[in-house]
Design a protein around this ligand. Structure first.
Ligand code: HEM
Length: 224
C-alpha cells in the first residue's frame, strides 16, 4: 500500500476542500452577515433558501437510513428540517411557506442533490459532510454572531442549535472516523472528494445569489 492509500480519507477531504471552503466563508454575503451589515430579513432569506435544499438533503438521508455503508451517517441529531420550520415561522410568520421561492443557484443545488444523492452513496456523504460538519463548525461561529450582533438566542436560530449533540468536537471526530472506515472503493473515494468540492461551489452560488439579490433590493417576501 502506498502512502497515498493509507492517508485518511477525512484528512484528504478536508485538505482538498480547503480552497473552496475559504472562498465560501469569505463570500460577500457571509462576510456581511458576520460583520452585522445585514438585517433580520436578509438572514431569513438565507434560511428560506436553506430550507429548500435541506428538504432534499434530508429526504436523501431517509433513503439511505438503513443502508449498511452510509446508513450510519444518518443521525436524527443532525436533522435540520423542524428547526428551519420553527425559525421561519418565527421570523416570517405563519404564512412562511407561501413565500418560499428558490433563487437560481438554489434550484441548481436542489437539482444536483436530486441527480446524485439518491443513487450514489459517496455523493450523498459528500453533500451531507459539507453541510452538517460545516453547521457544527463555522455554523457555530455564525450562531455566536447572530446572538451578539442580531440579538437572536433561541427563536430564529434553532437551525444552529444541535440540542442532541453535547460535544460537537467528539461528534465530528466520530463522523470523520466513519468517513475513514466506510468500505469505499477507489472510485467512490475520488467521487466523494470531487462532489464535496461541487457542494461547496453550489453553496457559494446560493450566497452569491443572495448577495446579488440584496444588492439590487431583495424582491422575495417575509412578512415580519
Ligand atoms: C462564517 C463562515 C464560516 C466560518 C467562519 C467557518 C469556519 C470553520 C472552521 C473554523 C472550521 C474548522 C472546525 C474544526 O476543525 O473542527 C470549519 C470546518 C468546516 N466548515 Fe466552515 N466555516 C464557515 C462557513 C462554512 C460553510 C458555508 C460551509 C459549507 C457550506 C462550511 C463547511 C465546513 C466543513 C465541511 C468543515 C469541516 C472540515 C473538516 O474538518 O473536514 N463552512 N469551518
Amino acid at each position: 500500500m502506498t502512502d497515498l492509500e493509507v492517508e485518511r480519507l477525512s484528512v484528504r477531504l478536508r485538505d482538498a476542500t480547503r480552497d473552496e471552503h475559504e472562498r465560501t466563508e469569505s463570500s460577500p454575503f457571509v462576510t456581511a452577515l458576520m460583520d452585522g451589515r445585514l438585517d433580520r430579513q436578509a438572514y431569513a432569506a438565507l434560511l428560506q433558501q436553506s430550507y429548500l435544499f435541506y428538504s432534499v438533503l434530508e429526504e436523501a438521508g431517509e433513503r439511505w437510513r438503513g443502508d449498511p455503508v452510509v446508513g450510519p451517517f444518518v443521525s436524527d441529531a443532525l436533522v435540520r428540517g423542524p428547526a428551519l420550520e420553527a425559525d421561519l415561522a418565527w421570523l416570517c410568520g405563519p404564512r412562511w411557506r407561501s413565500a418560499l421561492a428558490p433563487l437560481p443557484a438554489t434550484q441548481r443545488y436542489v437539482d444536483r442533490l436530486r441527480a446524485v444523492c439518491f443513487s450514489s452513496r459517496s455523493a450523498f456523504v459528500a453533500h451531507h459532510y459539507t453541510r452538517y460538519l460545516g453547521d457544527l463548525s463555522g455554523g457555530q461561529i455564525i450562531r455566536s454572531k447572530l446572538r451578539t450582533i442580531y440579538g437572536l438566542t433561541g427563536d430564529g436560530v434553532r437551525f444552529y442549535l444541535f440540542d442532541d449533540i453535547a460535544k460537537p468536537k467528539v461528534f465530528k471526530d466520530d463522523y470523520r472516523a466513519l468517513i475513514d472506515t466506510a468500505p469505499w472503493d477507489t472510485g467512490e473515494r475520488t467521487n466523494l472528494v470531487a462532489e464535496a468540492n461541487e457542494a461547496f461551489r453550489l453553496n457559494r452560488g446560493v450566497f452569491d445569489d443572495l448577495g446579488k439579490a440584496l444588492g439590487v433590493g431583495w424582491t422575495g417576501s417575509c412578512d415580519r
